[in-house]
Design a protein around this ligand. Structure first.
Ligand SMILES: *Cc1c(COP(=O)(O)O)cnc(C)c1O
Length: 338
């Protein structure tokens, strides 16, 4: 690794930690049409018609003005929807930004961040005796990606009692699941629940996320966010989406129905599919590299997610699309098998 003082490096001004790391690899986003896109867990159905109206209403000369720094119209819509006061809520430019805000606010260089799982509480004591740094942040993705599986909210409650750090529950997929940890934020000041409007509310292109937590924690997180982190358009679209819960629920019901059918058919094809509580399934053929299947699907203009890692090379993560998209995928898989 080159040191920052290395005058011979043309990138000596970049932090060493950044130079040595690989960047995040987003799923493919082909900008032309023509693909059945089952690779990044977007919603196949349109958002509420109210979202279009709200976005259109933003096309005025007011756009020359900065947006509300705290996105209060969106926070009020979320407060009404989730029955929590506004001071318990922070809006983010997607929940990805909220995750970045949490780490910016909570961690110093050298701190450790845990993800997941509930564990033996003696570890905390032994860490303290050793004089080691406590873990400040524990992130639990529930339902989890890319497995789609969920753990019981009771287990998250127990975890939040056992650790002193902040327990961040990433609920990007919770609307497709059976239960949520949202109620915990009233009683447990070290629980922060992150929601995204990208998946269940069909707003991936708009970038809207919400954090729910104790007011004191929310106030600290606010200090480190960008001043105007949501645009006027995102605020209006997010508030409109939250006000039409029924459209979201209807699409979620459809996705859950299609998810059951897709999971069953994949199992018939010989894949192992853990029970999914999300809008995607993980289809695994233990020990069999799925790169060839991923590539064969792509040649047929069907995108799914393949991860070239030791834990996931034998699996494909498949977003639950419309019934027609899923039928096309299943037909292609059957053809590839031959
Ligand atoms: C999609 C996703 C996010 C990001 O959501 P955005 O609101 O689109 O930034 C966060 N966490 C998980 C687990 C996700 O799958």
């Amino acid at each position: 690794m080159r040191k920052r003082s290395d005058a011979s490096s043309p990138l000596g001004f970049i932090r060493p930690a950044v130079r040595v790391m690989a960047g995040y690899t987003p799923g493919e986003q082909p900008q032309g049409g023509g693909f059945i896109k089952l690779n990044t867990n977007e919603n196949p159905y349109a958002p509420s018609p109210r979202v279009r109206e709200a976005i259109a209403a933003c096309a005025t000369d007011e756009i020359r003005l900065y947006p509300d720094p705290m996105a209060d119209a969106l926070r009020d819509a979320a407060a009404a929807r989730y029955d929590l006061p506004r001071d318990h809520i922070l809006a983010g430019n997607g929940s990805d930004e909220l995750l970045a805000i949490v780490l910016r606010a909570c961690t110093d260089a050298g701190d450790r961040v845990a993800y997941p799982t509930p564990t033996y509480s003696l570890y905390d004591v032994l860490v303290a005796i050793a004089g080691a740094e406590p873990v400040r942040v524990t992130i639990v993705c529930n339902p989890n990606a890319p497995s789609g599986t969920a753990i019981a909210v009771d287990e998250i409650a127990e975890l939040s009692e056992q650790v002193a750090g902040l327990v961040v529950v990433d609920e990007a997929y919770v609307d497709f699941a059976d239960e949520s940890a949202l109620a915990l934020v009233r009683a447990r000041p070290n629980v922060l629940v992150l929601r995204s409007l990208s998946k269940s509310f069909s707003l991936a292109g708009m970038r809207v996320g919400l954090a729910f937590g104790a007011p004191a924690v929310i106030a600290e997180l606010c200090k480190v966010k960008d001043s105007y982190n949501l645009s006027r358009v995102s605020i209006a679209a997010g508030a409109a989406a939250l006000a039409d819960h029924e459209t979201m629920r209807a699409h979620v019901r459809q996705v859950r129905t299609t998810r059951a059918r897709l999971s069953g058919r994949l199992r018939d094809l010989g894949y192992e599919v853990p029970p999914s509580q999300a809008n995607f399934v993980l289809a695994r053929r233990p020990g069999c590299d799925q790169r060839g299947v991923y590539e064969a699907l792509k040649r047929r203009r069907i995108l799914v997610r393949y991860f070239a890692t030791p834990e996931l090379y034998d699996a494909l993560r498949i977003t639950v699309g419309t019934d027609a998209e899923v039928d096309a995928l299943l037909a292609a898989l059957e053809e590839i098998e031959k």
